[in-house]
Design a protein around this ligand. Structure first.
Ligand code: 1JT
Length: 253
């Protein structure tokens, strides 16, 4: 499905990352992939995960550093001279901001969450654009807290709202180049990021009880949706937020 397509994946921290599930779905379908990481510790994880994959591009990219973002796409240009898709699976907010009242969010926490979790999609899309010569597809990850109040999600919910809105504005700007931009709103998954979250267990249990499918989402199901969105099967879908949440979001009481 992705034969002869080149993609780059932002946000693999370890084997449980949503980004890694996306990578596996894409690799099983013939894609050529490059990866970025933030920080030396995460480089070692990524080196281990990509060890069996031959000569894979693994590039440092802290999105708060514009020079690293520019260099990332220069490396892609040097190696492949083109790019077909981007999977953006990065977010951050200081731990203290993800508990207690949203009201107590500091300026610094707010700006950090917005910069890393929302602005980075625009930044990466602009840098990817010139390499997407035959059109392309950009996919990002959101969460239900963008749309409804979820206890403790706080400033991340505000950042995810901005991310989903950015998805629509970018889809409009890039549509004439046949570049599509979509978000996946995944149900809660027990990843490294989510592990710091108070009461994640109770959220997982709530989904099992309330979601139409009576279970939680598997990372592979998010990966397979990303595969669909970066493939030509979704050629008329852009600016959307697609829920991959076992139906949780459709339920009222
Ligand atoms: C971040 C973190 C972004 C955790 C995230 C996230 N998007 C989803 N999750 C999982 C989650 C988090 C909370 C939650 C439910 C699910 C942590 C690091 C910063 C970025 O609230 C109940 C808080």
């Amino acid at each position: 499905m992705l034969k002869n397509k080149v993609g780059i994946i932002f946000g693999v921290a370890n084997k449980r990352s949503i980004a890694w599930a996306c990578a596996n779905s894409c690799l099983e379908n013939g894609a050529e992939l490059a990866f970025t990481y933030q920080g030396e510790r995460l480089k070692r994880n990524l080196d281990k995960l990509t060890a069996g994959m031959g000569d894979t591009l693994v590039i440092p990219c802290d999105v708060t550093n514009q020079a690293e973002v520019d260099r990332t796409f220069e490396e892609i240009d040097k190696r492949y001279g083109r790019l077909d898709f981007v999977i953006h699976s990065i977010a951050f907010a200081p731990r203290e901001a993800l508990e207690g009242e949203f009201l107590a969010t500091t300026r610094e926490a707010f700006l950090t969450a917005m910069e890393i979790s929302a602005f980075s999609l625009t930044q990466v899309s602009l840098a990817a654009m010139p390499l997407m010569k035959d059109g392309g597809s950009i996919v990002t990850m959101s969460y239900y807290g963008a749309e409804k109040v979820v206890k403790n999600y706080n400033v991340m919910g505000v950042a995810k709202s901005a991310l989903e809105s950015s998805t629509r504005y970018l889809a409009n700007d890039l549509g004439s180049r046949n570049i599509r931009v979509n978000a996946i709103s995944a149900g809660p998954i027990n990843t490294l990021s989510a592990r710091g979250v108070k009461n994640l267990g109770s959220f997982l249990k709530q989904v099992e009880e309330k979601a139409p499918l009576k279970r939680n989402v598997e990372p592979k199901e998010v990966g397979d949706t990303a595969l669909f969105l970066v493939s030509d099967l979704s050629s008329a879908i852009t600016g959307e937020t697609i829920y991959v949440d076992c139906g949780y979001n459709i339920m009222g009481i």
